[in-house]
Each structure stands twice: as C-alpha cells, then as structure tokens.
Design a binder for this molecule. Structure first.
Ligand SMILES: Nc1nc2c(ncn2[C@@H]2O[C@H](COP(=O)(O)OP(=O)(O)OP(=O)(O)O)[C@@H](O)[C@H]2O)c(=O)[nH]1
Ligand SMILES: [Zn+2]
Length: 226
C-alpha cells in the first residue's frame, strides 16, 4: 500500500509542525517506512500483540502458566508499542529546539558516537550501532541533544540501516533548512551475528550525504575523518 499522509495512523491534529514537515518530506522522497493505517488505538495494538504472543509462546511449547513466562506476552506487547517501535508513531517525534544562527556559524557542527539500538525489519532482532551526524549551519542551529533524539526516534522502528541513515539525513535537512547535512552509521546486526550466517565480527557502515558533503571532497573528508 502507498504511503500517504492520510494513510499514516496518527491524526494530523496530534502532531507537531516539525513532525508533519518531516513526515511529508519522507513520503515525498519515498523514504518513509512502509506503513498502513491500522485504525487501531495504542491500547488496541497492545491487546492484539499480547494475544498474538500468547499464541507464539504456547505454540513453541512453553508453559504460559509458569510464573516466569506468564507476563511475557504482556512484556513484549508493551515493549513493541511503547519502546522499541514507538518511532512508528509521529506523536512521539521529539520536541525540537531550533534557534536562529545569529552567531553566523558557518563551520561544520559534527556529533560523533551517537549510540543507538534499532530492530532489523527482516528478522525483528537488534541492530546495535553508532551514528555520526554533521551539518553546515545556514540560518538555523539545532539543540545538540535533538540530533541524538532524532536518531533514536527513527531507530525505534523496524528498520534497514540504509533507510534509517537517509531518514535522519532528510529530517535534519528539513529542520535546518539546508541540504548541507551528512549522516553515517556503523552497526552490528544481530540477525547476522546471532543467527543465520553467525558472523560475530562484521559491522555495516552506511552514509547519507547532502549538498556540499556530496559535492565537495574537502567537506566530505572532514566529515568522514574522526
Ligand atoms: N541491506 C540490508 N540488509 C539487511 C539489513 N538487515 C538485515 N539485512 C539482510 O536482509 C537479508 C534477508 O535475507 P533473506 O534471504 O530473505 O533472509 P534469511 O534467509 O534469514 O537470510 P540469512 O540472514 O542469510 O540467513 C539478509 O541478507 C540480512 O542480512 C539492513 O539493514 N540492510
Ligand atoms: Zn535481520
């Protein structure tokens, strides 16, 4: 199903202006997470996921009446809706503080070693990584912690690392009103490490570059250097 503003499951009325602008930009660039409108409230989602996991746990032959397991479907449903997949709901988009660049800062602002955990959308297991984000200020400067919060918001979705990297790039481009943004991520995928090919040492680097970070070798090198 196509992603359109009408098909997302949060009413426009509940969303901040920033969240709406970011969502619309991601949709128009084809970078939105594929979502459908379930029409379900948070409570209804919780109840359905809990019930589905009761089936999973018992189908596996585990005893749901055991006191260690009995709350597991509840824990998973709560974790999905309120924690690790809470970024599917734009009502949870962070409050953003953007200030006018009165200082006329025009050199690179770079935040390194932003830790994040996400969830692989193919296997629903953990992605564990570090992000680096930089921008060249134009008219706006963003509160530093908001960069970490934006990374975390999009990480709290089922993801592929390439899309996550691009979503952070576009979000900052929209909020900072400049193309001159760069994002890189270095992550371990537990679907590669703990199952399947079981490679415990590989990690994956992804980069999304905009504006001067793409066009200028010097700017790109400055970003990619530690
Ligand atoms: N490009 C990309 N691939 C990912 C990401 N996370 C997981 N994958 C890959 O998605 C692929 C899914 O492949 P499938 O063959 O459908 O699934 P599978 O049989 O479980 O594959 P194996 O992991 O090789 O056992 C795997 O190669 C994963 O490594 C990601 O963030 N980006
Ligand atoms: Zn995976």
């Amino acid at each position: 199903m196509n992603n359109t503003a009408e098909q997302t499951n949060v009413s426009r009325l509940e969303l901040s202006d920033e969240a709406m602008r970011v969502r619309d930009a991601l949709i128009s660039k084809g970078l939105e997470t594929p979502m459908i409108d379930t029409g379900l409230t948070t409570e209804e989602k919780y109840q359905r996921i809990k019930s589905a996991f009761e089936d999973v746990v018992t189908t596996l032959g585990l005893d749901l009446t055991d006191d260690s397991l009995t709350e597991t479907p509840h824990r998973i449903a709560k974790m999905y809706v309120k924690e690790i997949f809470s970024g599917l709901d734009y009502a949870h988009f962070p409050k953003i503080t953007v200030i006018e660049n009165k200082m006329k800062v025009d050199e690179m602002v770079k935040v390194s070693d932003i830790s994040f955990t996400s969830t692989c959308e193919h296997h629903f297991v953990t992605i564990d990584g570090l992000a680096k984000v930089a921008y060249l200020p134009k008219t706006k400067i963003i509160g530093l912690s908001k960069i970490n919060r934006i990374v975390r918001f999009f990480a709290q979705r089922p993801q592929v690392q390439e899309r996550l990297t691009q979503q952070v790039l576009v979000t900052l481009q929209v909020l900072l009103e400049t193309d001159n943004v760069a994002v890189s991520m270095d992550a371990v995928h537990y679907c590669v490490k703990s199952r399947g090919v079981m490679d415990a040492s590989s990690s994956t680097q992804t980069t999304a570059l905009g504006g001067l970070f793409k066009r200028s070798d010097k700017t790109r090198s400055e970003f990619l250097a530690r």
